[in-house]
Design a binder for this molecule. Structure first.
Ligand SMILES: [Mg+2]
Length: 275
């Protein structure tokens, strides 16, 4: 392919960060608590593992996917004498939003090390985009809350802005348009879930996963620090394995560990490698 006359800067130009579990909400707990609560309100218990399996999707898609889970669908039918339908999805989602709004601020502290890490990214000349499975009203609550703690991305998009969420690549494409990034291999997507990785791979960006602060481990910073060191190491090892198996180009513990990965990607780009 002829790339000679393209007016773009060589090397990396932007990093696009996920929200819950990557930059805010250590353990990605806010959505889990609310999902469990809205099902419990209908006398259906869902486990934390079930609630975490499809994390990263647009929340309505996430609810739909939970209702398709055979155990949950069976439980629903046993309790309500009919299978859950699209009206069930709408009904649960209508409850999800206000409850999520309520617990969003209390659960969404910026993860320690993130503000410093973002400053280092800016010093490298990179732009900072973001994508999420949250809706626009939720993101509008999150943005000033994160800003008050020192984290302000250049671009913050949600599925509402582009018609669909992960694993489709539209939010990343729109980040590229708004921040004027070209080509997509100049972009690195960082997130904590399988659907974050798929979003990056589908868009043709580099896909980096964070293991410790996100959905794979699912613990607050206090809970994480209280784990016996052997157990912490084992859980971290499993999370790394799982995220690598899902196709991540790199897996790091936290966003603060991104710098050497970017150095490695710059080398790969210089030698003509693409994600
Ligand atoms: Mg996340």
């Amino acid at each position: 392919m002829n790339r000679v006359n393209r007016p773009y800067r060589a090397g990396l130009q932007a990093v696009v960060l996920d929200w819950a579990g990557t930059t805010v909400d250590h353990g990605s707990l806010a959505p889990i608590r609310v999902l469990q609560r809205i099902f419990a309100d209908r006398e259906i218990e869902i486990t934390e593992d079930e609630a975490r399996r499809d994390m990263g999707l647009l929340k309505k898609d996430h609810i739909r996917s939970l209702l398709r889970h055979p155990r949950i669908a069976r439980e629903w039918e046993r309790r309500y004498h009919q299978p859950p339908g699209e009206d069930t999805v709408e009904n649960l989602f209508a409850d999800f939003l206000p409850q999520q709004m309520k617990c969003l601020v209390e659960c969404s502290s910026v993860i320690s090390g993130v503000s410093d890490a973002v400053q280092r990214l800016r010093k490298r000349g990179l732009k900072i985009g973001s994508t999420t499975g949250y809706t626009r009203p939720l993101l509008e609550v999150l943005l000033p809350h994160a800003a008050s703690q020192g984290y302000v991305p250049d671009c913050a998009l949600c599925p509402d802005d582009v018609g669909a969420g992960r694993p489709l690549p539209w939010m990343l494409y729109e980040n590229a348009v708004r921040m004027q990034i070209f080509p997509l291999e100049a972009m690195v997507k960082v997130g904590d879930t399988i659907s974050d990785i798929e979003e990056g791979l589908n868009a043709g960006t580099w896909a980096v996963a964070v293991a410790r602060t996100g959905n794979m481990i699912g613990l607050t910073e206090e809970q994480w620090c209280a784990l016996p060191s052997g157990e912490a190491a084992e859980r971290l090892r499993k999370a790394h394995r799982h995220l690598l198996d899902a196709g991540a180009h790199y897996v790091i513990d936290t966003l603060a560990d991104l710098d050497p990965v970017l150095d490695g990607i710059e080398v790969r780009l210089r030698t003509g490698e693409r994600p």
